[in-house]
Ligand binder design. Sequence first.
Ligand code: TPP
Length: 326
Amino acid sequence: MKQEPITIEDFKEFFSKIVRIRTIEQAIAERYHAQEMKCPMHLSIGQEGPAVAISMQLNASDRMLSTHRSHAHYLAKGGNLNMMISEFFGRETGCSGGMGGSMHLIDKSCGFEGATAIVGNTIPIAAGVALSQKLSRTKNITVVCFGEGATEEGVFSETLNIASVKNLPLIFFVENNGYSVYSPLSPRQSSNRHITKISEAHGIKSLKGNGNNIEEALAISSEAVKYVRKKRKPCLIELETYRYLEHCGPNNDDHIGYRTKKEIDFWKSYDVISNAKKAIKELGVSPDSLEKLIQENTKEEIDNAFREATLAPFPKIERSISYEYA
Ligand SMILES: Cc1ncc(C[n+]2csc(CCOP(=O)(O)OP(=O)(O)O)c2C)c(N)n1
C-alpha cells in the first residue's frame, strides 16, 4: 500500500502531543505524594511515542482499549484531562464516575472503550468491539494497546486466531518496554520467541519498529491503520520503548538494580522528545519555543484540572450498587 510522506505538520503535532503528555505525567508524579490520588498509578513517562503515533492515525469514532498503563493512550485518543484527574481523585466527575481510578479509565465519548488492571484482559474484549464494527459495516477500526507481558497470556493467542479467522478490523498494538514489573524478557520468553512471528503464523500482517523513533513510529502506525481500514483485516504492531520510572508509582527505582545503568543510559539518550526535537530541527523549525509554549499551556490545563478535581463531589454511596457484579 502506498505511503504518504510524513509532513512537517505531522512532526509538529507528534512533538506537541508527547510534550503535553509528559508534562501531565510529570505533574501527576510530583503531586502523587500528597496522597489525594489514592489509586495505584502506572506512568508512561519515556514511552509516550507509540500512544501518540497510533492515535494520530485514528478518528473519534475509532475505538481504543488499554491496560493498567493507560494515561498516554487515553490522552492521545482525545480523552479529557479534567475527567482523568478527577477519576484519580475518586470524584463523581471522573471519566469512570470516580469508581475506577487510574487503571480503569473509560470514556466512550472519545472512543476509549476501557482499560483494566488484569493483564491481557482487554485483548478479547477488543475483538468483540471490532466484531461489532464489522457487523455494523462501519469504516471504523479498533486498537488494543498492551505490553509485551500480555502476549504471555493465553487470550493473546486465542484472540489472534479469532481476529484472523473472522477478518476483524483490529490492531494489536504491543508496546514492548522489555519488562514485566521487575522481570526482563530472558526468564520469561524463549530467545527464539518473536511476537511478530506468532501473529504472522496466524496469517496476520505484522510490523515492528522503535517507538522512540518518530519517523518509524508514525510510518508503521500509518501503514497499519490504512491496511486495517481498507482490507478489514487485523494487523499487529510491536514498538520497542522504555519506561523511566518504577513499574507502579511516581518514583525512580534505578537503585534496585533490575535494569543496568548501561541500558537505562542508552534509552535516555534515545528519548522520544529529544528525537522528535532533532527531526523538527532538521526540517527548519526551532523546537525549543514550541516546547516552551506547550509546557506553559499544559501547566495551566493541569492546574485547572487539579483545582476542579479537589472541588468535585465524591460519588454517592448508592452509585456503588450500579457498578457491583458478583
Ligand atoms: C493476569 C495478571 N497477572 C499478573 C498481574 C500483575 N501485573 C500487573 S502489571 C504486570 C506487568 C505487565 O507487563 P506488561 O504487560 O509488559 O506491561 P507494562 O507494565 O510493562 O506496561 C503484572 C505481571 C495482573 N495484573 N494480571
